[in-house]
Design a protein. Structure first.
Length: 305
């Protein structure tokens, strides 16, 4: 009995400590929305973003205007407007998890050395949207929409459904990967649809890549280096046939890259046959006996071009 009493007191003390540490949800909607900026900064390990205006949107949303996000030297993002809906504030503040959200970012402007290395020094402006929801009972997450679009760049639209996704995937205290990559790259893939429409971004990537090779291949022109990069991509895709991938998939992919630097819209869809763990497929993590090629074949990928 004495031992039971000690255990009971210890459990009560631990529960009291947890309750004291758990951050309460602010009752004031304005304070609640401003607090999200601090939560996001803590999760990302950056300075708290500054917003010109902060507005509550009903019981489960917030809207920010002229949001400035500083990521470090030479890296800053500015968002004209960011609307966040479908938020469970108790989960965010007390459980430190973002298990569902509907986000809309308008007029995102990047000043980012990392992006410049890929796309060149020209301006980068786009709109973005993300809608997802996790079902704790089934462990399934549905990314109903993840999209990026901008003039002079193009548009990417992604949707997918995955199973065996754990709660820690949505933890705001986990910094193992960039949050969006963690969301995309968790669990086992059930279905996927990806559509890409070019409006200049392919040419920007090829041009930046050719400029990056200037020091290694100083004797060639930029046009020659771009042509070499394009040929390398074509060779890589063409080699998929020798790897056993069906022509129905390889032929449209090859037509797509042969139309660089201005390809037509392309759509990819996957209806996996067998288990396709996303961490193994995207990040090279252990997939047991399955090789990367085997995982890719399991996708049952269909390409329309």
């Amino acid at each position: 009995m004495k031992t039971m009493a000690i255990l009971t007191l210890a459990a009560a003390a631990l529960l009291s400590a947890y309750q004291a540490a758990a951050e309460p949800v602010p009752a004031d909607p304005m304070v609640r929305c401003r607090g999200l900026l601090e939560v996001a900064a803590q999760a990302a390990g950056i300075a708290t973003p500054a917003a010109a205006t902060v507005e509550p949107r009903g019981a489960d949303g917030c809207r920010f205007s002229e949001l400035r996000i500083d990521l470090g030297p030479g890296r800053s993002w500015t968002v004209g407007t960011l609307s966040a809906d479908g938020l469970d504030f108790a989960r965010i503040y007390q459980d430190r998890r973002l298990e569902a959200a509907s986000l809309r970012a308008k007029d995102v402007r990047l000043k980012d050395s990392v992006v410049t290395a890929v796309l060149g020094p020209g301006p980068v402006r786009f709109d973005a949207a993300l809608d997802y929801r996790w079902d704790a009972a089934t462990g399934e997450v549905e990314v109903a929409s993840l999209s990026l679009s901008g003039p002079g760049m193009g548009e990417v639209e992604l949707s997918n459904r995955r199973g065996s996704v754990q709660a820690r995937t949505f933890s705001l205290d986990s910094r193992s990967r960039f949050p969006v990559l963690a969301l995309i790259g968790a669990g086992d893939l059930k279905s996927l649809s990806l559509r890409f429409r070019d409006d200049g971004i392919v040419d920007r990537i090829l041009t930046a890549g050719a400029q990056g090779l200037a020091e290694k291949d100083a004797g060639s022109s930029e046009a020659e280096r771009k042509a070499a990069l394009l040929q390398a991509v074509q060779n890589q895709v063409a080699s998929m046939s020798a790897g056993g991938f069906p022509d129905a998939m390889v032929v449209p992919l090859l037509a797509f890259v042969r139309d660089f630097p201005a390809p037509r819209p392309i759509t990819l869809s996957a209806a996996p046959t067998g288990t396709v763990p996303m961490p193994a497929l995207l990040f090279g993590e252990d997939a047991g006996d399955a090789t990367p090629e085997e995982l890719f074949r399991r996708l049952n990928l269909a390409v329309t071009y």
